[in-house]
Structure formats: C-alpha cells, structure tokens
Design a protein. Sequence first.
Length: 167
Amino acid sequence: VTLIPVQRVFVRSQVAGGFVINFFLNGALAWLTFPPVAALPVWARGNCIAGDTIGTSFFLPLITCLVLTSIVRRLLRLERLPGLAREALPAALRFWPRNIVGRGALVGLACALSFAAATLALLTALGIDSMTRAQVTAYKAIYTGLLGALVTPLFGWRALADGAAQK
C-alpha cells in the first residue's frame, strides 16, 4: 500500500498513541478497580483475570473503533486529512463493515477469540494461577498497550478509506 507522507505519519502515530493511551488508561483502571483480595485468580467463576482479558479484548477494539473512526471521518470531512481509496487498503481491511459498530464488534470478537485466548493459554502454560494487584496492573497495562498498538492503526487506516467512499 502506498501512502502519502501525511497518511504514513498518521498511521504510525496511531501505533504509538494506541499503545500509550491504553497502557496508562487501562493500567490505572486495573489499579483502581482491583477487588479487595490478596490475589486475583486467572480462572474462576466470578471476578477473574480470564474474564477481564476476554472482555477487554472485545471492548477495547469496539470503543477504539467508535471513537477513532468518528474522529477520522470528521477530519476527512474538514479536509484536514486526505482520504485513501478503498482499493489501496489491504484486502482484509477492505471487507470490514462500513458500519462502525459492526466493524468494532467484528474486530473485538476476533481479538477475544485470538489474542485473549492465546494470552490466557500462555499464562496457564507458564503456571500462573493468580496475580497480585501490582501484577494485574502491569499485566493489564502491557496487554492493552499492545492490543491498542495493534488495532488502533488498523482502524485509522480503514477510516481513511471511509472519506473516499463518501465522495
């Protein structure tokens, strides 16, 4: 895919922004919302790391898509950012739904089924069965930072093609 310099800078900034925002925001939320227990189990029937990881893996992409796509569409309408032809996108991104709720939900489901599952399998394979508040905070900050760095530029890239489709 050939991007003009301003588009390249935009997509690259989404990687850094997706990491930084999610690292600090979700790390702080993990610290503030940790239940009053000594350690939180990875797997349990109630409050557990697995449930939080799966939920986060779905909702982080959904919320990111809703917020970022709306912002990019506005920037495109105001002509502060040039659009991108849909044909210029990688094939997988071309077929994401135009509806941003559907788009975010589709990517969120894919992340929950792939990244969350792989991460939880890794924690289990490493023999990690619970985490302290500090460990959960670090885990959540790193996990969401990496997930944000992955999905945010993809949503930004796809949103660049939304403007071209509106013309």
